[in-house]
Design a protein around this ligand. Structure first.
Ligand code: ZN
Length: 250
């Protein structure tokens, strides 16, 4: 059995094929190509064909679909998405009782839903587009402080969807997304007028584990701090508007 790949690899990429013998033919009745995406071959006698994608090509695609930290992306706006994709984005936000607008979604970039808040731009993997889903669930395209509102109370949550959910529930407060936030940046520029920080975090999450450190860091900058630890595995985005209001008012 002839290894057609060996022939294909001898061909110049994108150039002329290599001829070789196939199906017992000692002549050169088959050709093997080498092109940018992969190798292919066909036999003129029996009609056999074969194809093998290049690993290099797959790796390159993964690299391209990945984000470059610090580089802003231009998502396809919601209004320009295909109906199927538009439905998927809605399905995602409706899980949390929000519209895409309310959740801070500006569009879709490659296989990710893009969320924005000021300069901050984050991407959430959309299984509908990525199949099994490769790469991290969330990526940060551009970082900074994701904070909204102008209230004197600041609610600190872990993720950006929870930030927008709390914003819906408590329009009078400020809300900050802690993931990817540097405390140093925060208290230098964003704590003016803030009188209270209310940490509202998933009991099992990384935010809850870091809350003591956070409180210590914030202590010189704000008068009051309190902690609302949510049941394990639940972020504010998983709660009902009413539940968030009750927790905050208690
Ligand atoms: Zn053949």
């Amino acid at each position: 059995m002839v290894n057609w790949l060996d022939y294909a690899k001898q061909a110049n990429s994108g150039g002329r094929p290599i001829r070789f013998g196939h199906c017992g033919n000692s002549g050169r009745n088959a050709v093997a190509y080498n092109n940018a995406r992969g190798y292919s071959a066909k036999c003129y006698s029996c009609g056999w064909t074969d194809y093998k994608a290049k690993k290099l090509y797959i790796a390159k695609r993964e690299e391209n679909s990945d984000h470059k930290p610090g580089v802003r992306v231009s998502p396809v706006p919601l209004g320009r998405l295909t109906p199927e994709l538009f439905r998927e984005v809605w399905k995602y936000t409706l899980k949390y009782g929000m519209t895409p607008d309310e959740a801070g979604i500006t569009g879709v970039h490659r296989d990710r839903i893009v969320f924005e808040c000021g300069d901050v731009q984050k991407g959430k993997l959309l299984p509908f587009l990525s199949g099994q889903g490769t790469g991290p669930k969330w990526v940060t395209y551009t970082d900074g402080i994701a904070m909204i509102g102008s209230g004197t109370s600041l609610v600190a949550v872990e993720d950006i969807v929870s930030m927008y959910k709390v914003r819906l529930a408590l329009p009078g407060v400020s809300v900050i997304c802690l993931l990817g936030t540097s405390f140093k940046l925060l208290y230098r520029n964003h704590l003016e007028g803030i009188e209270e920080i209310c940490w509202m975090l998933d009991g099992d999450g990384s935010g809850a584990r870091g809350v003591v450190k956070g409180m210590r860091e914030m202590a010189p900058w704000v008068r009051h701090q309190r902690v609302i630890i949510l049941p394990p595995g639940r972020d504010p985005k998983d709660l009902r508007i009413k539940e968030i209001q009750e927790l905050f008012d208690d």
